[in-house]
Design a protein around this ligand. Structure first.
Ligand code: 3H9
Length: 707
C-alpha cells in the first residue's frame, strides 16, 4: 500500500495536488457537482503541471470529492466569454501527459467531466457510477473531444446512440462497452484509483491514449451516418444539435484525430450560438429553480410521508398510486365499488406489464410495486396514512363529501390533497376542520409518466404542508411547482385559452387538422385536438356540464366537441373523437363525419366559414396563452415566469428548445405580442383578449417579463 500522504498542495482550491507514495493525486472539490468551471480548469492544469514536475510521482490519479465525479462543464458560464484555459486545452494537456493518468469515477461522469476522463489513459468506475454525454439535452454536442474519443472506445454506432440520446450508461455496461477499464466495488474512489495505479506501475504497462486508437472505428460503414440523418429528419426535425452530432462522429471516423477535433470545435461553437442552446439551458435551470418557492424559507419543517392513500381507482387514481409505489411508498387505494377497484388494479398491472416488456422493469420489481398497492373499499384503512390524494369524480359535491369522510377518518397531521383540475381547493378544504392540512396535488395524465405536479396552495394551507408536498414531488421524481387557487390553476387556465382559440378558429373556417399542424410545426408533440382525443373528449364535456349546471354563461351552448361526446366519440379510447383511429393505432385520421358536425355547428350559429391563415392560427393560439400567463403573474397565482415555463414544459410538451412559454414570448417580442393582443381585443373582443396590464407595461418599457 502507498505510504501516507506527502502533501505538496498547489493552491488555489478547487483542485488540489498531493502525493501518496509514488502516485500524484489530483483532487477536484467544487460542490455541489464538481462542474468544470474556470477555477476547476485552471486548477486541473496547475495540478497536472505539478504532478508532471514532481519527480516522486510516477503516475497521476484524478478523483473527485463529494457526491460525484465532474458532472460536466459549468453550465452557468455558457453564453459568457470563455476564460482560458478552455476545456479542449485541458483535455489536450491530459492526453499528452508524459506520465500515465488514471481517472476514478464515482457518482456521475457527465459531459465535460466524462471528456476529462476520456482524455486520461485509464478509467476506473465504482459499481454505482454512471457515465454519459448529455450535451444534446442542452442543445449542444460534446465539445472537448467527446465525439472523437468515445467512438474510438465503443465504436461509432454505440457512440452515436449515447451522444444522441444523452442518456448515461451504468458502470457494468460501460465496462462491457470498453468505455472503462475496470469496475470496482466496495472501495472509495481514492482507494480504487491508488490500487489501480500501483498495479499499472508494477506491470510496467503504458496504456495508449484514446486519441491514438483506431481499432474500434476502422471500417465503419458510412451507411450508418446516412441512416441516422434520415432517422433524425423524421423524428427530430426541429432540433439543431443532433444533426451536428452526426457530423462530428462522422468526422471521428473519416478524419485524423486532430482534424476531427477541430471539426468538433466548429460544430460545438455553432450549437453554442444557436437559440436552442439558450432555450434548453433555461429549461434545465427552470426545473431546479421551481423547487425554491418564494416566501417558503429553505429548511421549513416537513412531515414524514411513509404511507399514502389514494381515493379513486380510475385512470388518474391508478396512475397516482403507481407514482408512489414506484418510489417505494406503500399505497392504500380506495374505491367505492368492487368492480372499479378490480378494473383499476388490472389497469395498473397492465401498465407495469408493458414496462416489463419494454425491459424497463424486472419481474421482481413489478411484484414489489404491485405488492405496495393495497386495494380496499374501506376508508378505515386510511386511518394511519400520512397523506391522502383524492382523485375522484370532478364534482364539488362528491369531493366535499369525501373530504368530510377523510377528516373523520384520518389521523391528526395527515395531509389531505385533492387532484382536482378545476374546482376550488379552498371550498374543498372548508369541508374539513383542518384546512391548514389541505392542498391541491394536481397530477397530469398519464400520472405515472408526466413529470409535472402543480402543488396548489390554498388560502389556509400551512408552510409545513406546502414544503412537505414540494419535497414529496421531488422524491417521486416529479417537477413540483407551487401555484395559487383559481379556475384551472396555471397550466389548464392557459390551456383553456389555447383551447378556446382553437375552437373559435375551427368555427370561423380552419380545420382541426390545420390547427394541429401549426402547433406541431411550432414544436408541440401533439396538436390541440390530438391532445383532446388523447385526454378524452368526455373529460371536458363533463366539466362543461358541471359549469352549465352552475350557470356559467360561457358554457351554456354545447359546442361541436360536446356533440361528438354525445355521440360516444370520446377520443382515442373509443377509436373516434376529433379524428378516427384504426384498431391498435394512435395515428389520427381526419374524419368526414366530424367535418359534417363542424359544418352543421357553423350553420346553426350562422357562421360563414372563411379561409384562416397559418399565421393567424399561430398568433391566436400562442399569444392568447402569453396574455393569460401574464394575467396569472399579475394575480400572483404563479410567483415567477419560470414557474409558468416549467409547468408548460413538463405538463403540456411545450418544446423544451424554446425554453418555455414566457422565455419564448420574450424572444418573440413582447411589443409584437402586445400589439396583436390589442388588435384581437378590438376585432374579436371577449375577456380572453383583454390585454394583460403586465404585458402592456413590459412591452411599453421594452423589458422582458420577469426582468
Ligand atoms: C458540457 O459539459 C459541455 C462540454 O462537452 C464541452 C465544453 C467545451 N453546471 O440536478 P441537481 C447545479 S455541458 C453548473 O439538483 P442531482 C444545479 O443547477 C454539461 N451547475 O442535483 C443545482 O444547483 P442549485 C453537461 C450545475 O443530484 C445543483 O448543481 N452536463 C451543473 O439531482 C444540483 O443539481 C450536464 O448536462 C453543471 N453542469 O443531479 C449535467 N449540473 O442547487 C447536468 C448541476 O443551485 N447535471 N448543477 O439548484 C445533471 O444532470 C444533474 O445536476 C446531476 C446531479 C445528475 C449531475
Amino acid at each position: 500500500m502507498p505510504s501516507p500522504a506527502q502533501t505538496e498542495t498547489v493552491p488555489p482550491n478547487p483542485v488540489q495536488y498531493a502525493r501518496q507514495g509514488r502516485i500524484g493525486v489530483v483532487t477536484v472539490d467544487y460542490p455541489p457537482v464538481n462542474a468544470v468551471g474556470h477555477g476547476v480548469r485552471s486548477g486541473l492544469v496547475a495540478a497536472l503541471d505539478a504532478g508532471l514536475a514532481d519527480d516522486g510521482a510516477e503516475a497521476l490519479l484524478i478523483v473527485c470529492a463529494g457526491r460525484t465525479f465532474m458532472a460536466g462543464a459549468d453550465i452557468r458560464e455558457f453564453g459568457k466569454p470563455s476564460a482560458p484555459p478552455t476545456l479542449p486545452e485541458v483535455v489536450a494537456r491530459l492526453d499528452a501527459a508524459t506520465k500515465p493518468v488514471i481517472a476514478t469515477i464515482h457518482g456521475t461522469a457527465l459531459g465535460g467531466g466524462l471528456e476529462v476522463a476520456l482524455a486520461c489513459h485509464v478509467r476506473i468506475a465504482l459499481k454505482s457510477a454512471k457515465l454519459g454525454l448529455p450535451e444534446v439535452k442542452l442543445g449542444l454536442l460534446p465539445g472537448a473531444g467527446g465525439t472523437q474519443r468515445l467512438p474510438r472506445l465503443v465504436g461509432a454506432a454505440k457512440a452515436l446512440d449515447m451522444i444522441l440520446s444523452g442518456d448515461p450508461v451504468g458502470a457494468e455496461e460501460a465496462l462491457a462497452l470498453g468505455l472503462v477499464d475496470a469496475v470496482e466495488d466496495g472501495a472509495s474512489a481514492l482507494e480504487a484509483g491508488l490500487r489501480t495505479a500501483e498495479r499499472l506501475l508494477s506491470d510496467g504497462s503504458r496504456p495508449q491514449p484514446v486519441s491514438a486508437r483506431t481499432d474500434r472505428i476502422a471500417g465503419t460503414d458510412p451507411a450508418l451516418f446516412t441512416a441516422k440523418r434520415a432517422e433524425l429528419a423524421k423524428r427530430q426535425p426541429h432540433l439543431f444539435s443532433p444533426h451536428r452530432i452526426v457530423d462530428a462522429v462522422e468526422a471521428a471516423v473519416t478524419l485524423p484525430f486532430d482534424e476531427g477535433t477541430a471539426r468538433e470545435r466548429d460544430l460545438f461553437l455553432a450549437c453554442m450560438d444557436s437559440p436552442q442552446r439558450a432555450g434548453l439551458i433555461h429549461a434545465f435551470f427552470a426545473e431546479r429553480e421551481v423547487a425554491k418557492v418564494p416566501g417558503l424559507p429553505a429548511g421549513t419543517p416537513t412531515r414524514d410521508i411513509r404511507k399514502v392513500g389514494v381515493i379513486g381507482a380510475g385512470t388518474m387514481g391508478g396512475g397516482i398510486a403507481m407514482c408512489f409505489a414506484n418510489a417505494g411508498i406503500p399505497v392504500v387505494l380506495v374505491d367505492s365499488a368492487q368492480d372499479g377497484l378490480e378494473r383499476g388494479m388490472a389497469a395498473i398491472r397492465r401498465n407495469y406489464d408493458s414496462t416489463l416488456r419494454k425491459g424497463r422493469l424486472t419481474a421482481a420489481q413489478l411484484d414489489e410495486r404491485m405488492a405496495l398497492i393495497h386495494p380496499t373499499l374501506s376508508y378505515d384503512e386510511l386511518a394511519d396514512a400520512d397523506l391522502v390524494v383524492e382523485a375522484a369524480f370532478e364534482s364539488m359535491e362528491v369531493k366535499q363529501a369525501i373530504f368530510q369522510t377523510l377528516d373523520r377518518t384520518c389521523k391528526p397531521g395527515a395531509i389531505l390533497a385533492t387532484n382536482t383540475s378545476t374546482l376550488d381547493v379552498d371550498a374543498i378544504a372548508a369541508a374539513t376542520g383542518r384546512p391548514q392540512d389541505v392542498l391541491g396535488m394536481h397530477f397530469f395524465s398519464p400520472a405515472n409518466v408526466m413529470r409535472l405536479l402543480e402543488v396548489v396552495r390554498g388560502a389556509k394551507t400551512s408552510d409545513t404542508v406546502l414544503a412537505t408536498a414540494m419535497g414529496l414531488a421531488r422524491r417521486i421524481g416529479k417537477v413540483g411547482v407551487a401555484v395559487g387557487v383559481c379556475y384551472g390553476f396555471v397550466g389548464n387556465r392557459i390551456l383553456h385559452q389555447r383551447g378556446r382559440e382553437s375552437m373559435a378558429l375551427v368555427e370561423e373556417g380552419a380545420s382541426p387538422e390545420q390547427v394541429d399542424r401549426v402547433l406541431t410545426e411550432f414544436g408541440f408533440p401533439l396538436g390541440h385536438f390530438s391532445m383532446t382525443d388523447l385526454a378524452g373528449i368526455d373529460v371536458g364535456w363533463r366539466i362543461r356540464e358541471e359549469r352549465r349546471k352552475a350557470g356559467d354563461p360561457e358554457a351554456q351552448s354545447p359546442n361541436w366537441l360536446d356533440i361528438l361526446a354525445e355521440r360516444g366519440r370520446y377520443g382515442q379510447k373509443t377509436a373516434a373523437g376529433v379524428y378516427r383511429y384504426e384498431p391498435g393505432s394512435r395515428t389520427p385520421i381526419p374524419d368526414p363525419e366530424v367535418a359534417a358536425v363542424i359544418e352543421e355547428d357553423r350553420r346553426r350559429r350562422g357562421i360563414a366559414p372563411r379561409p384562416v391563415s397559418d399565421g393567424e392560427v399561430r398568433e391566436r393560439c400562442l399569444y392568447a396563452m402569453v396574455n393569460e400567463a401574464a394575467k396569472i403573474l399579475e394575480e400572483g397565482i404563479a410567483a415567477r415566469p419560470v414557474d409558468i415555463d416549467a409547468i408548460w414544459l413538463h405538463g403540456y410538451g411545450f418544446p423544451s428548445w424554446r425554453g418555455g412559454l414566457l422565455f419564448w414570448a420574450n424572444r418573440e417580442g413582447l411589443g409584437k405580442i402586445a400589439e396583436a393582443v390589442q388588435r384581437y381585443h378590438r376585432d374579436i373582443g371577449g375577456p380572453q383578449w383583454r390585454p394583460s396590464a403586465l404585458l402592456l407595461q413590459c412591452a411599453a418599457e421594452g423589458r422582458a417579463i420577469g426582468c
